[in-house]
Design a protein around this ligand. Structure first.
Ligand code: F6P
Ligand code: MN
Length: 330
């Protein structure tokens, strides 16, 4: 009989002295994502598809479900009693806990619905979260309180809304996978410890940007594309779902490398993906599964953030591949 999420979290409290408020927060996030999963599954039936007609802080057009998922996450976290504040990809600044709610010792950051361009076409999307220490429980959190490197994360994970709804997370004791049973409403552990093989057969990158990439990335991808006739001496396969959550999920389950490099389209941007809401939590999940994650120069988890919405180049997955493309940069 597979372990329930409740039991697994209880084991962490008993065997690893994890704070029961942290395990309760994870449980609460899992419940919250069930609500988002239900909304996503309803789609047009609930009138939740399509554009909301607004823009987020990054200047991206928001979908109705981006806003719905953000509202659900904000409310769930700030009313939980476990957090001092939250920060979201969809909001300009950190959100404080309302006066009538308890505060707790954690900060939660999230991308409420990653892979937004997949929403209206019924392709996988997900919610990504990262939990940092707040220092002490307080009410007046500022954006700067969240600017901690990924190494400070106490928990990180995502819920993927695909053919199955699955929760993948780590508290630093390996990366584990739970599947939502729609019959009982429980999450059951279906993979105890995910492991990424050091070599890869698959790579994921948006090749339509090839002409804009920097030289090290051009070189690496050209070598992969040359397959068995090139310097790598073997054939690779390519995948691109256009949702980071789905690419990372594939890599955690089947291996491979995922890249979203910096490119020359807008030299002011060091990449497309967000350090705090996407790269940090995913990098920790990947490292905990034996993989690696860099920005081409250094480990993503070691980057000292300077802004809540900062972007970063991302190379993550199979250790040997990430090390090779990183060596081309250095
Ligand atoms: O959140 C940004 C994001 O949607 C990622 O989930 C995904 O990996 C990427 O953008 C897709 O970018 P593009 O549209 O360039 O393929
Ligand atoms: Mn995203």
């Amino acid at each position: 009989m597979a372990k329930t999420l409740d039991l697994y979290l209880h084991d962490l409290e008993v065997h690893h002295q994890v704070d029961p408020r942290l395990t309760a927060l994870i449980n609460h996030l899992a419940c919250t994502c069930k609500e988002i999963s239900f909304k996503v599954s309803q789609g047009a039936l609930a009138g939740v598809l399509g554009s909301a007609g607004s823009e987020n802080v990054q200047g991206e057009t928001q979908k109705k479900l981006d806003i719905i998922a953000n509202d659900i996450m904000c409310r769930a976290c700030t009313e939980s009693g476990f957090v001092s504040g939250v920060a979201s990809e969809e909001m300009d600044h950190a959100l404080q806990v309302p006066e009538d709610c308890e505060v707790g010792p954690y900060l939660v950051l999230f991308d409420p619905l990653d892979g937004s361009s997949n929403i209206d076409i019924n392709v996988s999307i997900g919610t990504i979260f990262s939990i940092l220490p707040a220092g002490e429980a307080r009410r007046q959190v500022k954006d700067e309180d969240f600017l901690q490197s990924g190494r400070h994360q106490l928990a990180a994970g995502y819920v993927i809304y695909g053919p199955q709804t699955q929760l993948v997370f780590t508290l630093g004791f390996g990366t584990t996978l739970f599947t939502l049973d729609l019959g009982t409403g429980n999450f059951y552990q279906t993979v105890e410890k995910l492991e990424i093989a050091p070599q890869a057969k698959e790579f994921a990158i948006n090749c339509s940007n090839m002409r804009h990439w920097e030289a090290p990335v051009q070189r690496y991808i050209t070598e992969l594309l040359a397959g068995s006739t090139g310097p790598r001496g073997k054939d690779y396969n390519m995948r691109w779902v256009a949702a980071m959550v789905a690419e990372v999920h594939r890599i955690l389950n089947r291996g491979g490398i995922f890249m979203y490099p910096k490119d020359n389209r807008d030299p002011s941007k060091p990449g497309k993906l967000r350090l705090m809401y996407e790269a940090n939590p995913m990098s920790w999940l990947v490292e905990q599964a034996g993989g690696r994650a860099t920005n081409g120069k250094q480990n993503i988890l070691d980057i000292q953030p300077e802004g809540l919405h900062q972007r970063v180049a991302v190379f993550l997955g199979a250790k040997e591949e990430v090390e090779l493309v990183t060596s081309y940069h250095n």
